[in-house]
Ligand binder design. Structure first.
Ligand code: GLU
Ligand code: ZN
Length: 295
């Protein structure tokens, strides 16, 4: 779709408003792109209408604008991309790479999130069933730009995973890979809660024959009570009138230098300064990668 030596993106899910943790991720990906003169695209990951908070899409974009972010090109919405996803799922089904699974949640409970392959050779009807992709018994690994080496054995730690849900909705893992490739994303910068999704995404990229982007996972921001800020928690939305102080707080969370004069600046001035001082080597590592996992 696009070609440039650096294409980054921010890909919010409208299941809630933008919170501090998502600001940190947005800021890191923005600064990483702009510091090398790269493009920064915006993609709304609106795959799950039942979980969407009404008004969240507009609120997220509005907050980003108030915080001084500028994205390139038109917003891409995953709700408009179903044909592309369906085409790939159908191809994999007809090649026998993917298969229908009729297991209930209850049936899978004892397997602690690793699918044991029950329906692999059952030949279930594709309609009204979840669709899973077969994974190889292979250890996947990649070099994260901050978190260094990350490894995961897809067969043992994940198992065949869902690419389309029984209710007909496409899975995040599938859509993110198809769209990152379609948008020509060279660099994925996002929260460390997605570290352990990356091996699945590398595998899907391999199946699609598309290049893997570089990855940089930023530490998760924890609330004072130790809970991760994220989709699964009700986190407070970012206040429109707190752009400068919250951007500065996000910069500190990313280990970046902060000039005290910036407290009096506009969000645009803070971003401009931060682009010039962006230093990936200062981003803290996640202490314990297990902590970053979301089950
Ligand atoms: N939509 C995902 C989220 O909001 C982010 C996906 C990604 O950056 O790969 O958590
Ligand atoms: Zn099954």
């Amino acid at each position: 779709m696009k070609s440039a030596s650096y294409i980054g993106r921010f890909a919010p899910t409208p299941s809630g408003y933008l919170h501090f943790g998502s600001l940190v991720a947005a800021l890191a990906s923005y600064l990483d792109a702009r510091s090398v003169g790269g493009l920064w695209l915006m993609r709304m990951e609106d795959l799950d209408p039942p979980r969407e908070v009404p008004g969240a899409q507009a609120a997220i974009l509005d907050t980003l604008e108030r915080y001084g972010f500028e994205w390139d090109g038109e917003l891409v919405s995953q709700s408009q991309r179903h044909d592309a996803y369906a085409q790939i799922v159908n191809r994999w089904l007809s090649h026998g790479l993917a298969y229908a699974c009729t297991c209930s949640r209850k049936q899978l409970e004892p397997f602690a999130g690793v699918y044991p392959g029950i329906c692999r050779d059952a030949g279930h009807d594709w309609e009204n069933a979840a669709i899973r992709i077969r994974v190889p018994e292979v250890q996947y690994q990649f070099e994260d730009r901050v978190q260094s080496n990350f490894q995961q054995h897809l067969g043992r730690e994940v198992g065949d995973f869902v690419i389309k849900r029984r209710d007909g909705l496409f899975a995040y893992q599938l859509a993110v890979v198809i769209d990152d490739a379609w948008q020509g994303i060279t660099d994925v910068v996002r929260g460390a809660d997605l570290l352990d999704s990356t091996p699945r995404q590398l595998y899907l990229q391999e199946l699609l024959g598309v290049p893997a982007p570089r990855y940089l996972h930023v530490p998760l921001i924890t609330q004072p009570d130790g809970n991760k800020l994220g989709k699964s928690y009700r986190s407070p939305p970012l206040a429109a009138d707190q752009a400068t102080p919250l951007l500065l707080r996000a910069l500190r969370a990313l280990g970046q230098p902060v000039d005290s004069q910036l407290a009096h600046g506009t969000p645009q001035e803070v971003l401009k300064w931060a682009i010039g001082h962006w230093n990936v080597a200062l981003i803290p590592q996640v202490r314990n990668l297990e902590e970053a996992r979301i089950d």
